[in-house]
Structures are given as structure tokens and as C-alpha cells.
Design a binder for this molecule. Structure first.
Ligand SMILES: [Zn+2]
Length: 385
């Protein structure tokens, strides 16, 4: 079962080098293939089932927060705005104070790198306490605008080198898995790269994982142009198969949160598998979880169950692409727009996946599911009953 995944996304950059190309937006929100660049990163996190993202923003943060709000495709989002520029290290340190996991991913909001999150996590297992970070490195050829790194046979990162013309070499690609307490002794404002990584590298505190995925730094005008075509395939719209949870995917035992009580409904699993196998479809769960409002279990309990369900469903050939939940109940938290029969969760999923109503179908076992589908303007099918 995968661990609880948290990421910090550095999105506070001013984007001076791009100012003449996209003057009115902050760099992470610069349009790429018709959508804000940051959305590709948030999609990457959602696809890897990140539970939580802390976006360290600042300049023009209203653009970012207005677009993403408190959650995106099932990943909860918090914001850690910097009032004064803290540099990368200061921004990460501040955001880390909002994190809970022992290890936290850090991504740059102006760089696309298709990293292998699992390989990075694996590199942080059973390492000495002194190891403070795993750095994703990328092999590049014929470049001069990046510094290079040395990595020894055991996977330790041993040296950083200044920018220079280079025929082939490994570069620090700006995606890290950082121990949560790594920066405790650092000041408020510092550069993560030059003031921290380059200082601790000689103590053997850094590990490296080479990732072969696509890499692009939109902070550079040439790459910004290249990104328009490179990321276009990722900007497609999807068809959606939305599923209610309790009573549809699993037997409704009433306020389920314990993994050991999970009982999947085979007929629904079969339907889900059909969509999961179809490359045009995304499989999404939309579930009312009023037990959170009532204090019967916590959001963390629910997320643990969902990770378990995800794992059990994967064994049966079903991949769930996103989970949407409503933690509210009108008697406890007041009215909301997400609790079915309101269509809020369905509409969020449709926005996040750029899905048209005619390309969506909702499966459920209750009239509230049917009414939510009707209000969202999409087809409904009974399932699980
Ligand atoms: Zn709600």
C-alpha cells in the first residue's frame, strides 16, 4: 500500500525572464497548451494519488488560489504564501511546517519533470538518519545552462558543479523528497540549492534517483515555447465514469472507515474495470462522507480507507483516477454545494478532467446519486443494487 503522499509546490516565482512573453500572470499560471502550467503539475500529483499539496505561493497568489481552491482532483490543497521573498529554502521550510509526513516531495512550479515518485520513495527507505533528501536527476546531452551533479555507484549524490558547456551529464532537475525535519536548523530565508544541498552534500546526506521522464523548465523562453507542444497531449479532455461509494462499490455497512470491514461489490467492480481498461475514460469516486462532520471518523481515517480500497481495486484490475468526497452534513456544518444530491463533486470532477456532460456517466444506488447526476446534466445508471 502506498504511503500518505504530501508535496510542496514552489509557486512564488516572479517570472522575470518570461515577463515579456506573458506579462499579466505569475509564472506558474502562464498558459501552456491552453491551460495554466501549474495545472500540469497538479494533474501529475493527482495522477500519483497525492493526498495533500502545500502550494508555496506569493506573487499574484490570487490567480493560483482562485483557480485551484481547497482541492483539485482529490488532492487537498493548502497555501503557504510568502509575504516577503524567502528564496526556495525559506519557502520550503515554511511550507514544511504545514506537513505531516516524515518525507515530503518538493516540486518547482515552473518545471515539468515526469519523475518516478515510487522510485524516489524507495530510495528513502532504510537509509541512515543522516540522509536528508532524495534528489531526482535527469541525464541531459549538449547543454550549458544547467549545473551538473556527480552520483556514485551506491546512489549517493557526491558533488555539485557550476554551469558549463557539457556534452553529457546528470542535472539536478528540481524535484526532491525531503525529510520533514531536514531544514529545522536553517534560517528563515535561504536558497535550498546553494545554501543547503551544496553545503550538506559532502556529508553524504543526499541520495539521487535518475528519472528518464520528460523535463522542461518553462522559466526559459525557448522551453516555454517547446512546452506548448510537448505538454499538449496531456491537456486532452476525458470521458468520466463516476461512481458512488457506499452501496455501489462496496457494501454499505454505515459510516465505513475501517479497511477490514470493506466488502467490494463484484458487479460494480466489473463495470469499473470496463472503464478502467478504456483509454478514453477516467474512473472517479464521488462520496458523501458526513461521518467526518459527525465526528465518527476523521478525514485521515477516510483517506486511509481510500488508499486501501485503491489497492484492493488495483488487484482486481481497476484503477481509480480521483476521489471526491463531501465531509459535510447540514445539521453539523451547515449547507454545502458538494453533498449529493447537490452536483458539486460531479461538477468539480468534470472541470478537473475537462469532461463534457455528454461524455460522463454516474453510477449509484440511491436517488440522491441519480438527482446529483441529473443536476450535473449527465447520464445515470443504477449499480450495486
Ligand atoms: Zn459538502
Amino acid at each position: 500500500m502506498r504511503p500518505y503522499r504530501e508535496a510542496i509546490v514552489l509557486a512564488g516565482g516572479f517570472g522575470t525572464r518570461l515577463a515579456h512573453v506573458v506579462p499579466d500572470v505569475c509564472k506558474p499560471m502562464a498558459p501552456v497548451a491552453g491551460r495554466p502550467f501549474l495545472r500540469f503539475i497538479m494533474d501529475q500529483l493527482a495522477a500519483a494519488c497525492f493526498d495533500r499539496a502545500v502550494v508555496a505561493d506569493g506573487y499574484r497568489r490570487e490567480q493560483i488560489e482562485g483557480f485551484f481552491g481547497p482541492a483539485y482532483r482529490g488532492t487537498a490543497i493548502e497555501y503557504s504564501p510568502e509575504e516577503t521573498p524567502l528564496l526556495t529554502g525559506g519557502a520550503v521550510k515554511r511550507a514544511l511546517s504545514r506537513c505531516e509526513s516524515d518525507w515530503v516531495f518538493v516540486l518547482n512550479g515552473d518545471t515539468w519533470f515526469d519523475v518516478d515518485f515510487e522510485a524516489m520513495e524507495a530510495a528513502a527507505v532504510n537509509v541512515p538518519d543522516s540522509v536528508s533528501a532524495v534528489i531526482a536527476v535527469k541525464r541531459m546531452r549538449g547543454f550549458e545552462r544547467y549545473g551538473t551533479v556527480d552520483v556514485d555507484a551506491g546512489g549517493s549524490l557526491t558533488a555539485f558543479h557550476e554551469k558549463r558547456p557539457c556534452e553529457e551529464g546528470l542535472i539536478n532537475a528540481g524535484v526532491y523528497l525531503l525529510r520533514r525535519d531536514a531544514l529545522n536548523n536553517m534560517p528563515e530565508k535561504f536558497s535550498l540549492e546553494s545554501d543547503y544541498f551544496e553545503r550538506v552534500v559532502s556529508d553524504g546526506e543526499l541520495r539521487a534517483v535518475e528519472c528518464a521522464g520528460g523535463f522542461i523548465d518553462i522559466g526559459v523562453p525557448e522551453d516555454y515555447e517547446l512546452a506548448q507542444t510537448m505538454l499538449a497531449p496531456l491537456a486532452k479532455s476525458w470521458k468520466l465514469a463516476l461512481f458512488d461509494r457506499d452501496g455501489t462499490i462496496n457494501v454499505d455497512t454505515g459510516h465505513l472507515y475501517e479497511p477490514e470491514k470493506l466488502e467490494l461489490i463484484p458487479s460494480t467492480v466489473d463495470i469499473m474495470r470496463g472503464y478502467s481498461d478504456d483509454p478514453d475514460y477516467k474512473v472517479v469516486v464521488v462520496t458523501n462522507q458526513a461521518g467526518i462532520a459527525k465526528g465518527l471518523y476523521t478525514e485521515a481515517d477516510m483517506r486511509r480507507l481510500h488508499r486501501y480500497m485503491e489497492n484492493e481495486l488495483e488487484k482486481l484490475g481497476v484503477h481509480v483516477d480521483a476521489w471526491y468526497f463531501c465531509p459535510h452534513h447540514p445539521d453539523y456544518t451547515g449547507p454545502c454545494e458538494c453533498r449529493k444530491p447537490a452536483p458539486g463533486m460531479l461538477l468539480s470532477a468534470m472541470i478537473d478532467f475537462a469532461a463534457l456532460p455528454e461524455d460522463c456517466v454516474m453510477y449509484g444506488d440511491k436517488v440522491t446519486d441519480k438527482n446529483a447526476a441529473m443536476k450535473a446534466g449527465i447520464d445515470f445508471e443504477w449499480a450495486g443494487v
